[in-house]
Structures are given as C-alpha cells and as structure tokens.
Design a protein around this ligand. Structure first.
Ligand code: ZN
Length: 473
C-alpha cells in the first residue's frame, strides 16, 4: 500500500474507532455520571407522543433557531443565505425554507472552517469523520451538548427495540476500521462494559469464523444483537444451512446496510427474534428507526429536520426521493439541508402508527441514490433489490454486485461458487426487470470488496444521481 493511503486510512480508523467507542461505550458512562442526557431522554420519551401540531411547532421553532444562528455565526451560511435573500428574524415555514440552498458533501469538504461557528474554538469541538463515497474522508465537528443529545436520542430509539444500557449485547460489526486495534478494543470493552458486550468482528466471515461465532453466541446469550444488516443475514444463512440453533435474542437491531424484506425474513426465522431496522449516519447520528409495529421508521424529528426531495421539490407521498437533513441541535458546525445521498419515501402520515407515536415515518426503499440503475428508456430500477433477487434466484452465486457506468447498460459482477452460474437464466431474469434493450455484461470476480466503512454495496450507478435530479455530492 502506498504510504499516503496508509496514513489516511489510519486516521480514518482511529477516528471511527473513537466513534464506535462513543456510540457503544459512552451510554453506560453517561448513565453512571448522571449527565444532562437523562433529562433530554425524558423529554424525548414524552415528545414522541405529542400531537402532530405540537411536533410541527417544535420542529419549525428549532429550524428557525438553527438557521438564524448559522446565519449569524457561520461565514459559509451568511454568504449562501444572503444570496437567496434570507433576512435575519425571518420566520421560515416548510415552504419558504426551500429557498435555502442545499449543502453537498463537497461543500463541506471545501468550506470546513467557514461552516464552523465563530462562537467555538476548534479545540472545544469534537472532530469526527466519515468515508465519502469516493473514499475521501468527510470531516465535521460536533459541539459537546450535541454529543449528549445524540446519545439521548440513540437511547430513546434503543428502548423501542427493548435495549437498555447494561443489557447484554452482541455486536456483529462489519467496519474494519473499528477493529484497527482489536486488543485495545477488547480491553476497553471489558473495562467499560463489565463483560456485557460480545464483539464479533464480521469484517470477513469465513465458515471457520462463523462456527466460532455460533459457539460464542450460544455461550454468551445476548439480549440484543446489534448488527450490520447484510452481515447478520449472511450469518443467518450459514446457521440455517448447517441446521445450527442459537438462543434467540429478544431483538436484533440492524443498521449500516440496507435491509431487504427477504433478508429480514431469513434473519427472523433463523434467530427467532424480532428485527428492528435503523437508519443513521455519523454526521447526525440516529435519523430514524422502527418501533414494534415495523411499518416504516419513525424519524428522530426533535433533533433532525428531514426532507425528501424529488428534484428541488418535496416528494409526494409514496414517491421515492432524496433525503436532505438539517441537524436541529449542533451549533458547533450546523448542517443545514445536507444532501446525504440516500433515498426514502414518506409513509402515509394520515394513518397513525399502531404504536401511538406521532413521529413521522419514512421507508428506506432503495438505499443510496446511486444504487438506482437507469434503464435504456430512463426508468429507475432499485439496484439493491434487484441484486438480492438475482442472487437468491440464480443458483451458484456466492456474491453479486451491479455496476453501471452509463444509462442503458449494467455489468453484473459475480463471485461464483463451484457449481457455476447459468448465464442465460441470469440475463433473462435481469432483462425482465431492466427491459430487453438493457445491455448486460457478466464479469466474474474472485472477491467483491466492501467499502472502507465496511458496508457492502449491492449496486453502484455512476449516473443515477443526475437522473434523480440532484447535483453530484
Ligand atoms: Zn410506531
């Protein structure tokens, strides 16, 4: 590996390790210290049942406070909001808010200093970063109170899945970065969590590794399994193929990777547990998660103002669009109308959720914007769902990824097992979704790598974003 790359990777690793510690280890510490977050958690427990009108008022009040703060204290926003005629003291609503420009990952990379608030010294902020889609790290900052409110929000969503700090938890974790210093990780986990956590490094899952994890889970018997969605699915398939039974955790929280209905079904059957899907990111922490009704993911609306855009306009109900996020709490470096490049649709808000919570719900349908494939006649097909369908329908596929360089064509990357793949059937099934005029090429691989973040990408399109009507971020 080139020296420069190595250095970069190490920085990313250290940082992600820190994030891991913060997300996983900090909750217990904070409880012990009896910090502010418990008060925030109490509020969040109440507001999740507030009336739609109360929630809207709260959300707009926080949105306006965030915008005017950013205008006053961040040079980047002062400039960009001035350009669109924003006035100090102006009360924005859902419609007028749309005039503010969106923020791309590139905007953040190029304007980091000007996005920070002039009220904070950089050393008083918590630096964090995430892997950009192109591999360049995306750096950002949090203020201390935001770190606390993120923690409180995560705990609220944990509760929906019946997980409380101190419960035994198994982590089936896929991010290689978080295991950069595994010995240190184990020591810290032991010290902090008093052996309440079983860490299973799922970066590469061989038969030997999975057999070992099976034994460990039988012995440890976690109440909750927190896992990368696709990873726990692969593990479930392994258990099923060998007829191995593990004690059922009360719940399995899946995150970091898109969970398909087919994968959920397999995981629930094999483990005999309820699966709670979750959506979040390092930039703003928990965004949405499932309640016990499993009908969409309730948005963490007290902390995040979430928009779904189709082009520059709000998406209609049941229309897939791009997620745009505003962090309502982070003053250190406000993120306003941040294009995270994931897609979702609103769950019909006229029908309240059976759980009684009023927080709006979204459905993460296609995952990242650039997972959609553009057909020869400009139709968009959810690439991830197609990959999962093809790899379960076609015998002999060990791993699959769809890659699209231009509209109207796609390369099916396949890792075949010893039985081999019937190419004609594969192409016929793919054509039935993508149209007969789609050019389909099959390419055999030894191995399909995950991203730096540890996420497995089922489908990558270089052209989807412009078809969904967004600029490149
Ligand atoms: Zn609900």
């Amino acid at each position: 590996m080139h020296n420069f790359e190595k250095k970069n990777t190490n920085t990313a690793m250290n940082d992600m390790y820190a994030t891991f510690v913060r997300h996983v280890l900090a909750p217990l510490d904070a409880f012990r210290q009896d910090s502010d977050h418990y008060t925030i958690l109490e509020k969040l427990r109440k507001s999740q049942y507030a009336s739609a009108e109360e929630l809207r008022e709260l959300s707009l009040a926080k949105l306006n406070a965030t915008v005017s703060y950013a205008f006053e204290h961040c040079p980047f926003y002062r400039k960009s909001f001035s350009k669109v005629g924003y006035q100090v003291g102006e009360a924005l609503d859902e419609k007028t808010f749309l005039k503010l420009p969106t923020l791309s990952k590139r905007d953040i990379q190029e304007n980091l200093a000007d996005l920070r608030s002039d009220e904070f010294a950089v050393e008083d902020l918590i630096a964090n970063q995430t892997g950009g889609s192109t591999g360049e790290p995306l750096k950002f900052y949090l203020d201390q109170p935001r770190a606390v409110s993120r923690l409180a929000a995560t705990l609220r969503h944990d509760e929906w899945a019946d997980y409380r700090p101190g419960d035994k938890v198994g982590l089936l974790w896929g991010a290689a970065q978080d295991f950069a210093d595994e010995t240190n990780l184990k020591v810290r986990l032991r010290n902090k969590l008093l052996d309440r956590t079983l860490v299973l490094n799922a970066v590469s899952l061989s038969t030997g590794v999975m057999t070992d994890y099976y034994k460990k889970l039988c012995e440890f018997q976690p109440k909750v399994l927190l896992a990368y969605a696709h990873t726990v699915y692969v593990f479930a398939q392994f258990l099923r193929s060998r007829d191995l039974k593990v004690p059922s955790p009360k719940s399995i929280i899946t995150s970091a990777e898109l969970l398909s209905p087919e994968e959920r079904k397999v995981i629930e059957e094999v483990f005999g547990s309820e699966v709670f899907d979750r959506y979040g990111c390092r930039e703003v922490s928990i965004i949405a998660s499932e309640c016990s009704s499993h009908d969409g993911l309730h948005v963490n609306a007290e902390n995040i103002y979430l928009e779904i855009l189709k082009g520059e306009h709000p998406a209609e109900k049941d229309e897939i669009g791009e997620i745009v996020l505003t962090d309502l709490e982070n003053r250190g470096m406000p993120l306003i109308r941040y294009r995270i490049a994931d897609s979702a649709e609103w769950v019909d808000s006229d029908a309240p959720c059976d759980c009684g919570r009023t927080l709006p719900r979204i459905r993460i349908t296609g995952g990242r914007v650039n997972e959609f494939l553009v057909t020869a006649n400009d139709r968009l097909v959810a690439g991830t769902a197609l990959t999962i369908f093809l790899s379960t329908e076609i015998p002999g596929v060990a791993q699959m990824q769809l890659y699209q360089k231009e509209a109207g064509e796609v390369t099916v990357r396949v890792v075949a097992d010893e039985s081999g793949v019937d190419e004609a059937t594969l192409k016929a099934k793919a054509h039935s979704f993508l149209g007969d005029d789609m050019r389909i090429t099959i390419e055999y691989k030894e191995y399909i790598p995950r991203e730096v973040s540890g996420k497995y990408r089922f489908s990558i399109s270089e052209v989807a974003s412009e078809y969904i009507g967004k600029r490149e971020s």
